[in-house]
Design a protein around this ligand. Structure first.
Ligand SMILES: C[S@@+](CC[C@H](N)C(=O)[O-])C[C@H]1O[C@@H](n2cnc3c(N)ncnc32)[C@H](O)[C@@H]1O
Length: 258
């Protein structure tokens, strides 16, 4: 796995040779917000993320899976996948959304999934198998940012509680890659903890938890719609809901045609 090189020199954030400060002066301000608007950084590597999700894969549904279900379902209904479509889910976890997507595409469509954890992929694969939906899905294990998926191929892309696991400068890389993978007019739906909305005590507590125990609380609130727009997608719906006092943003966006 290629290493990520990221370091801060003076006022410059460099990430894989990209001067993030230059991007921010070009209008991308959410990356360098300060004070209570500042996004926490992600210090662990992708290999550590893989090891962590492998370790918790058997317990994931008990720990978090059902807690997030309402938001996942709302996101899926925004994406409104139709029969015959080709869909990608990034970071499918234990496979709850994959099941819904596989049902929605029917026999004539296909769901592709990529997840960095083989433990998660094993559980998701079994779940699809139990419902005889394996033929409609193709799962792969790997890092989305390193993946070699075909451009202009997908009608829709879904990710829930995944974008906020990527470090701040990587968020734009993830979304730009999504734009490249989508067909013209294709849809992206992202469900994520958010910095938008009012600054609740629960969010402040959660962010403190992320800072002190980044392995245990590895998601952190980010700016979803702003990042999606900066990646060149057009937002069609944005809303903020709350899970136990934690604001969650749902965004539907499309890849504009030429
Ligand atoms: C918090 S879980 C969310 C799982 C699922 N989307 C859900 O809503 O229940 C994050 C998932 O993203 C996967 N993941 C983390 N980093 C990834 C990466 N770089 N590429 C692909 N998957 C990744 C993890 O293995 C894990 O399954």
């Amino acid at each position: 796995m290629p290493k990520c090189y990221k370091y801060r020199t003076g006022e410059k954030y460099l990430f894989r040779g990209i001067d993030v400060q230059r991007l921010t002066t070009a209008g991308i301000d959410w990356m360098t917000k300060t004070g209570s608007g500042k996004i926490g950084r992600v210090r662990r590597s992708h290999d550590e993320a893989r090891a962590n999700y492998n370790r918790i894969s058997r317990w994931y549904d008990l720990l978090e899976g059902y807690w997030e279900e309402k938001a996942r379902r709302e996101g899926l209904s925004l994406l409104a996948v139709a029969e015959g479509e080709t869909v990608l889910e990034i970071g499918f976890g234990t496979g709850h959304s994959l099941m819904a997507l596989a049902r929605a595409v029917g026999d004539t469509g296909k769901v592709f999934g990529i997840d960095i954890s083989e433990g998660m992929a094993r559980i998701a694969g079994k779940r699809l198998g139990r419902k005889h939906l394996s033929d409609r899905a193709e799962l792969s294990v790997g890092d989305f940012l390193e993946s070699d998926l075909p451009g202009g191929f997908f009608n829709a892309i879904f990710m829930s509680f995944v974008l906020e696991l990527f470090d701040t400068p990587e968020i734009l890389n993830v979304l730009t890659k999504c734009r490249r993978l989508l067909k013209e007019g294709g849809r992206l739906c992202v469900v994520s903890l958010t910095k938008e909305g009012s600054d609740t005590a629960m969010r402040r507590l959660y962010e403190l938890g992320h800072e002190k125990m980044p392995r245990f609380l590895d998601c952190r609130p980010i700016y979803v719609a702003r990042a999606i727009r900066d990646a060149g997608l057009e937002t069609r719906h944005t809303s903020v809901t709350s899970i136990w006092g934690l604001p969650v943003e749902m965004v539907l966006a499309i890849k504009p045609g030429i």
